[in-house]
Design a protein around this ligand. Structure first.
Ligand code: SER
Length: 316
């Protein structure tokens, strides 16, 4: 049985991925690592928790040794909006933190999953059907750290044989833990506000198309890639994965099928608008399908139905 450490386990993806990994591999075999925010509820009660700051290599190594960890899902990261406000912090967490994880993995023979992002692309990348292998010249600090991270992970695989794998996540939509400071966060907030106020003021312009994904598909992608037969992997860091592409108007229309009076208006955040415009509209994910069988379950209509059902109960 695998022995897994999840960094960033209290974050948007980590809080749900940790629970799925515990279901699959056993509660005691999945250590939730967190730094600033302490976990609560089922995440805290269902299995081990350790304070793990990825910028502290000694603390990381100690946790990996203490639990005989053989697989690290390294989710601790600073998202795009915060990274523009605090580039120094983003560099430290996203680059130095990843470097520490890779070094500890090399010394302790661990496999490593690291998410990259649509943010690893930039304005000179072909925006439609963005190929797996293409121009990556992002103009954000988040993007700089994601491209460097992809390269570093590939380097550790080629040079040291560390089993590194990753995906380029689109914007992730979920209903358990809120994202923190990303450009795609509007697509989460809009559902909360649709339930609470039947209205939402969006910080991205109408017509801004971005790749998006519902959390269950994002979790399956991480687990399936780490379980994939390594002999089939031509790429490693990081695979384009995609399930839907929409703009705020399309998202609002899908909500209006359930809440007809829902109103959308706009108050544009120039920083995040510029970031969004530098990212692809939709990525070609055929290499992920060919090399490890990537597939998905949720389109926009199915996601909206589920989000509104779950949040309708949660926000009662
Ligand atoms: N959701 C992320 C962000 O907006 C993109 O990877 O920063």
């Amino acid at each position: 049985m695998k022995k897994i450490l999840v960094t960033g386990s209290v974050g948007q993806i980590g809080s749900e991925l940790t629970m799925l990994l515990r279901e699959l591999y056993g509660n005691e075999n999945v250590v939730a690592g967190g730094n600033r925010t302490k976990p609560s509820g089922k995440l805290l009660e269902s299995g081990p928790f350790e304070i793990v700051d990825c910028t502290d290599v000694a603390q990381l190594a100690e946790t990996v040794k203490k639990y005989n960890i053989d697989t690290i899902y390294h989710l601790a990261a600073i998202l795009s909006g915060v990274a523009e406000a605090k580039p120094n912090l983003a560099w430290n967490v996203n680059i130095n933190g990843l470097y520490n994880v890779l070094e500890v993995a090399r010394e302790n023979n661990c496999a490593v999953f690291t998410p990259s992002s649509i943010g690893a692309f930039g304005p000179s990348t072909p925006p439609d059907d963005t190929p797996q292998d293409t121009i990556q010249r992002p103009n954000t600090m988040y993007g700089v750290t994601k491209v460097a991270g992809e390269l570093l992970c590939d380097y550790y695989y080629k040079r040291f044989g560390v089993d590194t794998r990753g995906v380029r996540y689109p914007g992730i939509i979920s209903n358990e833990t809120l994202p923190g400071g990303g450009t795609t966060d509007y697509a989460v907030d809009i559902y909360y506000e649709a339930i609470k106020k039947k209205a939402y003021t969006c910080f991205l312009k109408a017509g801004t198309f971005l790749d998006m994904m519902y959390m269950p598909d994002a979790l399956t992608a991480a687990v399936d890639l780490m379980e994939a037969d390594p002999s089939k992997l031509v790429h490693r860091n990081a695979f384009n994965i995609s399930t839907m592409s929409f703009d705020p108007e399309m998202l609002a229309d899908s909500i209006r099928k359930h809440i007809p009076e829902f109103k959308l208006d706009y108050d544009i955040d120039p920083v995040r608008q510029a970031i969004a415009e530098s990212w692809p509209n939709n990525m070609d994910d055929s290499p992920a399908a060919e090399e490890w069988g990537w597939n998905y379950e949720y389109d926009l209509a199915k996601m909206t139905e589920d989000m509104l059902n779950v949040l309708g109960e949660k926000l009662k």
